[in-house]
Design a protein. Structure first.
Length: 291
């Protein structure tokens, strides 16, 4: 069942703030080949104690940990961190969705632990442009509803048309679009991303994260003005009831401190009503991931 956007009313000033997108890892260059020498700030362990310090300074109450490796071992590790740290309120992990074992894997992950609230596959790195249409992958997606799990959709702006067709194959599945599909902010390219986002947002089961945008801008000198057209387009398309705040920490450190991004989001939503701000800062995450 698709969560009803009107089903949860969140008060403006007292609702917990949830960062719906961040990562943990114990750094190993072989395990994280995408972290090259241009990303030296990321070439270290990033663990709960590091994030607890950041959210304490930024006024964030809870977080959702998202996979950074495509292994079940990492999913289990993230779930163990959530069990040990109260501020980690959920996990978006990885399972082999295209494998015949996916149902058994989900059973093993969810039977005694409700920490897993979503699943993600790194579609943006798939070389096959037809990947989202694969029958085996879609069969795996179809199992997620049995376990009340959302699916995080990690794509680039060029993959949105394929994602629209993909979402249409699963009308009852909750999808959460990561990083607003990575618009090319540093190039100033609004369209066709904006038109495609509007079309994707017509599907009521799709939510969207305000996350990962600073690293799509000019990392060294982005401003609110650079981001505003993309933030406005996302809000116009999805509305506050289907937008989630996320930091993409520690990846955001390539372009911004944690607190700077939180403050930028707060400035952007300042003109909304208290209830709308509360949705973006936590209420939508609780609903989309059934926390």
């Amino acid at each position: 069942m698709i969560p009803d956007p009107s089903a949860t009313v969140v008060s403006g000033s007292t609702a917990p703030v949830i960062d719906a997108h961040h990562h943990f890892w114990r750094y190993d260059p072989k395990a994280y080949p995408w972290i090259d020498d241009s990303m030296s700030v990321l070439q270290r362990d990033w663990l709960p104690a590091d994030l607890a310090f950041e959210i304490g300074r930024a006024g964030v109450d809870g977080v959702i940990s998202v996979q950074a490796r495509q292994t079940i071992d990492e999913t289990r590790w993230l779930m163990s961190l959530a069990a040990a740290h109260e501020f980690i309120v959920g996990v978006v992990g990885w399972v082999p969705l295209a494998s015949p074992s996916v149902r058994a894997d989900l059973v093993s992950l969810t039977t005694a632990d409700r920490t897993l609230r979503g699943v993600r596959h790194v579609v943006q790195e798939e070389p096959d442009p037809t990947f989202l249409g694969r029958a085996d992958f879609n069969a795996g997606i179809a199992t997620l509803r049995e376990f009340a799990l959302a699916y995080d959709l990690l794509i680039t702006d060029r993959q949105i048309p394929a994602a629209i067709a993909f979402v249409d194959r699963h009308p009852g599945q909750v999808f959460v679009l990561d990083h607003a599909a990575k618009p090319r902010i540093r190039d100033g390219a609004l369209d066709p991303w904006r038109a495609h986002i509007r079309e994707l947002a017509r599907r009521p089961q799709v939510y969207c994260k305000l996350s990962g945008l600073v690293t799509e801008a000019a990392p060294a000198h982005w401003t609110d003005i650079d981001l505003r057209p993309y933030l406005d387009a996302t809000l116009e398309a999805f509305g506050p009831d289907r937008i989630l705040f996320g930091s993409d920490w520690p990846v955001c450190l390539l372009a911004s401190s944690y607190r700077r991004w939180v403050e930028a989001v707060r400035r952007f939503i300042a003109e909304l009503t208290p209830s709308e701000r509360a949705q973006i800062l936590g209420g939508t995450a609780r609903r989309a991931y059934r926390l």
